[in-house]
Design a protein around this ligand. Structure first.
Ligand SMILES: [Mn+2]
Length: 486
């Protein structure tokens, strides 16, 4: 990447103009400074069509406005985060900001100002670079370095929200009076400007509202989740096609292969891919992905493409690396598949959220009892004591959306203790994990981990599996792999 130049500060205006490069200051001649001011074409765009989700973001803002009448609401996109020295992680806008605006610009802030009839929304963004004062090429955020931005007028047309210069916002917030709430954790400068005006409790209520607002997805969101699942399915196919190359290298080949699909078709991966071959499959969050890939073992791949509009899939398949399950692998796989089928069947409007977990856990407990792993205990006693959890380890699913664990700030009463409604989207992902050092199971079980995970939309009359294009049943998995491996 290119190095950044830092502008001369206002105090230095009597001094020679300077650039800073690699920590060294370089003087800029008056002639060059003058030269850089002019000779640039006007590239302002007019008549831009609104973004595809503009009507949806307007409806989301209207619902937010109705919940907090008379209060100023501040929702930042967040800032770049340093990776090391002067390099940064790639920017990902806050979910709250992207949900309400459809915009993903770093340092952007949405503000809803209370009015007599509701709220007036304004989006605060960095405008195009000034050529006259040199920020265009001397400033680190100058467009010469980071690329052309939309002008405020262009942003307004695209987003359907009046736009102002974000550099004016901290002072405006400090001067403003009346009740205000801010989504914390994204923008330290905004928080500093509001420090005397907000309380943690009231800010938390705003965060909770925005989490619960996303429990039921609108039509745009459902289409995005379908896109995410479709790209993810293609990413899984990519992986199957290169399993021989992964065997010759490591799990990293799988991680890199899926990442390529995510970057080409979407924004990114929605979370760190779990590429767990052999016994690594029993480590729930195996993201080191540096292990060997061996024929005869299973690959547990848990990965999701995040779309350009920031909706992610969350899919897991457990695949025989050589294309065929052996007997013990298939026994465990079939048990998890049966549990997942029971879980998916329990996803329907009006059902308790907890039902799909209970249904899947019951099947897994039955299998563990049947295999003699729990002594003389019957299934009811096992479930009562939760003893199956030595091998099932985790809950059976979670809400899915812009965040892989979406709606995480929602209250228990609105989420875990609530009933399912059409438009909710959740994962159903039972698993069985036999640690390599688990002396309570026969040796043949040890080091085997199986999870099957799909993304299930609650519909008016039941559910729809958004990731159904990837086979799950064992014979179908083998046939699919044989076809792809050619
Ligand atoms: Mn998941």
């Amino acid at each position: 990447m290119a190095e950044e130049l830092t502008p001369a500060t206002p105090e230095e205006t009597e001094e020679p103009i300077k650039q800073r490069k690699n920590g060294l200051y370089r003087e800029v001649s008056d002639e060059l400074a003058e030269n850089m001011k002019s000779g640039w074409a006007d590239t302002e765009l007019t008549g831009l069509a609104p973004i595809a989700q503009a009507e949806h973001t307007a409806a989301r803002r209207a619902a937010l406005s109705a919940r907090f009448p008379g209060e100023r609401l501040v929702i930042p996109a967040g800032n770049l985060k340093t990776r090391s020295n002067d390099t940064e992680y790639s920017f990902r806008a806050s979910t709250e900001y992207a949900y309400l605006t459809g915009d993903q610009t770093q340092d952007g802030v949405l503000v809803l100002e209370p009015t007599a009839g509701g709220h007036r929304a304004t989006i605060y963004l960095l405008p195009r670079s000034n050529r006259e004062n040199g920020e265009f090429w001397l400033d680190g955020q100058g467009e010469l370095w980071v690329g052309r931005r939309h002008s405020l007028a262009e942003a307004e047309q695209l987003l359907g929200i009046p736009a102002k210069d974000v550099r004016e916002l901290p002072a405006a917030l400090q001067e403003a009076t009346g009740p205000v709430r801010n989504v914390r954790g994204h923008d330290a400068a905004i928080e500093a400007a509001l420090t005397d005006k907000v309380t943690a409790e009231r800010d938390e209520e705003l965060r909770v509202y925005l989490s619960e607002a996303r429990l039921v997805k609108d039509a745009f969101e459902i289409a995005e989740l379908q896109k995410a699942c479709d790209s993810t399915a293609r990413g899984f196919e990519d992986v199957v096609k290169v399993l021989d190359k992964a065997e010759a290298t490591s799990e990293r080949y799988i991680e890199g292969t899926f990442f390529l699909r995510a970057r080409v078709e979407g924004n990114d991966i929605g979370y760190g891919s779990i590429c767990a071959a052999g016994p690594h499959a029993t480590t729930l969050h195996w993201v080191r992905n540096d292990g060997a890939v061996r024929s005869g073992e299973l690959l547990l791949l848990d990965a999701g493409v995040e779309t350009t509009e920031l909706y992610t899939a969350d899919v897991t398949r457990t695949l025989p690396i050589n294309g065929r399950f052996n007997e013990i692998q298939r026994r465990i796989y079939d048990a998890v598949y049966e549990a997942q089928e029971a879980g998916i069947a329990a996803v329907k409007p009006g059902a308790d959220y907890r039902d799909f977990h209970d249904a899947a856990q019951r099947v897994l407990a039955e299998k563990l009892v049947e295999w003699g792993l729990l002594g003389d205990l019957d299934v009811e006693k096992v479930l009562e004591l939760g003893l199956q959890r030595r091998w099932t380890l985790h809950g059976t699913g979670h809400m899915l959306g812009m965040d892989v664990h979406d709606c995480a700030a929602a209250r228990t009463a609105s989420y875990v203790d609530a009933t399912l409604e059409p438009g909710m989207c959740l994962t159903v992902e039972p698993g069985l994990y036999f640690q390599a050092d688990d002396l309570t199971v026969p040796e043949e079980y040890r080091g085997i981990g199986v999870r099957i995970e799909d993304d299930i939309l609650v519909t008016e009359d039941g559910n729809r599996n958004l990731s159904a294009s990837l086979p799950r049943q064992a014979d179908e998995v083998e046939a699919w792999m044989a076809r792809l491996k050619g």
